[in-house]
Design a protein around this ligand. Structure first.
Ligand code: MN
Ligand code: MN
Length: 322
């Protein structure tokens, strides 16, 4: 069950109306790194988790994220409250009202005209929140890593939002929310490393001959060596084709009836490199004369024997190579 306390997890003190700033704050209300996404992410992971420690941690953090949603949503509502009242009561001239709600230079119609100043489940650009922001895959070694990255991104967004305002109360509340993402990142890391082994994710190990190889796939100035591509962890190799020792050419076995129709389609769609056909573009070129050499092209195009000769390269042994 959920129970609610009417007081916030952190006191919100907003100095003055600022609808433009409110819009920026929506990034952490209904954006991909925002509190709703975080709460839903950990809530659903908790529902499917069997490990008692992780299950408990996930619902504690999910519930805290809902409390953060309440804090950031309250910041949005407080920043909008003055403008909301003025818009609702129509007290200013139209031009003055427009200046007022877009004073921050942002698209404040998102919060003011469309949503009446209440926090909307959108990001700061008006993009609707969607469940695609939840990247849970149902394996703790993968999900905890994803949660760690999500907390890192949320911390960065809060840092940027703090840099966008000089309102001391807003900065203080955002500083709390940012700090809690640092705490969550550490909690998820501890949970990940409390599970041994946790790498590679899942149960299957990688193929040994490729697990610790670094392929230098982009060659040229700028090739740089570091621990990410060097001993003792990595064997540094230049790019080669068919590292498995095979031909590097794809193959597939087919039934004789499949093979027959595949060859039939290939024959029908065969291109003829021996002709230079007249095209619509050529006909439209200034000074072009389609009749000057068009007849020989048309003759080649119409030669069924030439097309048939070109088409005889299809494989006939039950394997198609490309
Ligand atoms: Mn949070
Ligand atoms: Mn968090």
């Amino acid at each position: 069950m959920f129970a609610h306390n009417k007081r916030l997890q952190y006191t919100v003190r907003v100095t003055e109306s600022n609808p433009g700033l409110a819009n920026l704050m929506l990034e952490q209300f209904g954006g991909p790194q925002g509190e709703l996404a975080a709460a839903m992410r950990y809530f659903s992971q908790h529902l499917a988790e069997d490990d008692p420690g992780r299950r408990d941690m996930l619902i504690d953090i999910a519930t805290e994220e809902l409390s953060h949603l309440e804090v950031i949503g309250t910041i949005v509502a407080m920043l909008n409250k003055g403008a909301k009242g003025k818009l609702a009561e129509g007290i200013d001239s139209e031009a003055s009202m427009f200046r007022d709600i877009s004073g921050g230079g942002n698209d404040s119609h998102v919060t003011q005209v469309l949503y009446g100043g209440g926090p909307a489940y959108t990001n700061s650009g008006g993009q609707l929140w969607n469940a695609g922001y939840i990247d849970t895959i149902g394996d703790p070694s993968a999900d905890l890593r994803s949660n760690i990255a999500a907390e890192a991104r949320a911390k960065i967004i809060y840092e940027r939002l703090i840099n966008c305002t000089d309102d001391p109360g807003v900065r203080e509340a955002l500083g709390f929310l940012m700090t809690r993402e640092i705490a969550h990142q550490q909690q998820f890391e501890k949970a990940l490393y409390s599970m041994q082994p946790n790498f590679p994710p899942g149960k299957l190990t990688g193929v040994p001959e490729f697990t610790n190889v670094y392929f230098n796939m982009s060659v040229g100035d700028g090739d740089t060596r570091g621990p990410w591509n060097s001993a003792p962890t990595f064997d540094y190799r230049e790019a080669t084709v068919a590292v498995d020792g095979g031909s590097g050419m794809p193959e597939v076995s087919m039934t004789s009836s499949e093979l027959e129709v595949v060859k039939q389609a290939a024959l029908r769609q065969q291109s003829n490199p021996g002709v230079d056909p007249v095209t619509g573009a050529m006909l439209g070129m200034a000074g072009a004369s389609a009749s000057s050499n068009g007849s020989s092209r048309n003759a080649a195009l119409a030669d069924p024997q030439a097309a048939k000769t070109l088409a005889q390269s299809s494989a006939d042994d039950g394997k198609i190579q490309k």
